[in-house]
Ligand binder design. Structure first.
Ligand code: GLT
Ligand code: MN
Ligand code: MN
Length: 389
């Protein structure tokens, strides 16, 4: 059967080294899969059809590597990129695995830890830029607390701000073409993490010295863990000009941090997300920050990666069908039809408009008596996704 769901470079599908490289360790169990080298992962991603690969500094260069080891690893990695044509659109810092960061990095109570975190991040930025990254992600997995007795939350935000300001100035000083993307998460691995949601990150960004350099990297699972509507978070980021990157995966509300294959759990929400990203013309990476089930063997890991991209492309096609479906579009034009006389009452403030509004007569009961065919519309969406229209 001919297949139109084969990923193309223009789809901008990326994976982190840590995603298909996940060895299946969890808090209760040891690894179930052997570690792949970065070079092997690049070849695996090329085989399944990805466009790019992202990494944390220590996914690529172990934290204890000597300068000579670093140079060899980076050289081999670059060679694998050249051989496969894969690009590195994004890089980030691991500020969470090493015990040094047990109380956070930029918000740790120990000033020496905060200073080390800045040094580590500057070096990781240099590495990311060397490999071509244009977006630099900050996921503050350890930036939080288990007990609020430990840190003053206002002081923590001040420390966070000072760190991001320092690093935007570093990027400017180096003349790098690099933007930052803050990745919010409500909890896990800390009991509570600062800047827990996309909304809180967006507000924080406006307080920075160079807000134009800083956007967000929303992740499906992270907003979903908090029970929030991911599409709304993405839409707000987009509308603010701050959707610099996106982490696609899936998650059941209220469960542990699952990082499931994109679309594995909630196809309907995934559909509305893809429809949004494609509809507004989001031009950044479609990054899958997910990993295969712990039960997966190496072949199943490839099936996982292919599945993320294939589901995205199928949903993209469904969005085109949605736009072409005459019944759906008919309902939408009925729902969205605007009454010209009423519309004239709306708009920016003027004294005349305020007076016209004050004088207008509204038939409240008629307004309340008017229903909307959202059941019909939603059922059509469900049937579209189920493949019967
Ligand atoms: C980590 C986390 C992700 C972040 C990555 C970037 S690492 O796996 O769960 O959500 O995007 O640091
Ligand atoms: Mn996650
Ligand atoms: Mn993520």
């Amino acid at each position: 059967m001919p297949d139109s769901y084969v990923p193309q470079k223009s789809d901008k599908f990326t994976f982190g080294l840590w995603t298909v490289g996940n060895i299946g360790r969890d808090p209760f169990g040891e690894p179930v899969r052997g570690a792949l080298s970065p070079v092997q992962i690049v070849h695996l991603l090329a085989e399944v059809g990805a466009w790019g690969v992202n990494f944390h500094d220590n996914d690529l260069v172990p934290i204890d590597a000597t300068p000579a080891e670093r140079d060899r690893i980076v050289r081999d990695f670059k060679q694998a990129l050249d051989e496969t044509g894969l690009v590195v659109p994004m890089a980030t810092t691991n500020l969470f695995t090493d015990p040094a960061f047990r109380d956070g990095a930029f918000t740790a109570n120990d000033a020496r830890v905060r200073a080390y975190a800045l040094q580590k991040t500057m070096r990781a930025i240099d590495l990311g830029v060397e490999l071509g990254a244009k977006v630099y992600v900050f996921w503050g997995g350890r930036e939080g607390v288990e007990t609020d007795a430990a840190k003053d939350p206002v002081e923590a935000l001040k420390r966070y701000r000072e760190a991001i300001n320092f690093l935007t100035d570093y990027v400017r000083d180096q003349g790098y073409d690099l933007k930052f993307a803050l990745e919010p998460k409500p909890n896990e691995p800390r009991g509570d993490i600062y800047l827990a949601t996309v909304g809180s990150a967006l507000a924080f960004i406006q307080t920075l010295d160079h807000p134009e350099m800083v956007g967000v990297n929303p992740e499906v699972a992270h907003e979903t863990m908090a029970g929030l509507n991911f599409l709304h978070a993405v839409a707000q980021a987009w509308e603010a000009g701050k959707l610099f990157h996106i982490d696609l995966n899936d998650q059941v509300i209220g469960r542990y941090d699952q990082d499931f294959r994109f679309g594995a759990q909630d196809l309907k929400r995934a559909f509305f997300l893809v429809q949004f990203l494609e509809g507004v013309g989001y031009a950044g990476s479609r990054h899958f920050d997910a990993h295969a089930y712990r039960t997966a063997d190496p072949d199943d890991v490839k099936a996982f990666a292919r599945g993320c991209m294939r589901t995205y492309l199928i949903l993209k096609e469904k969005a085109q069908r949605f736009a072409q479906d005459s019944e759906i579009q008919g309902l939408l034009s009925q729902i969205r039809a605007q009454d010209a006389e009423a519309s004239a009452l709306l708009g920016g403030y003027s004294r005349e408009r305020a007076q016209a509004l004050q004088a207008a007569a509204f038939d409240r009961q008629a307004l309340g008596g008017r229903g909307q065919p959202y059941e019909q519309l939603d059922q059509l969406v469900v049937e579209l996704l189920l493949g019967v229209r």
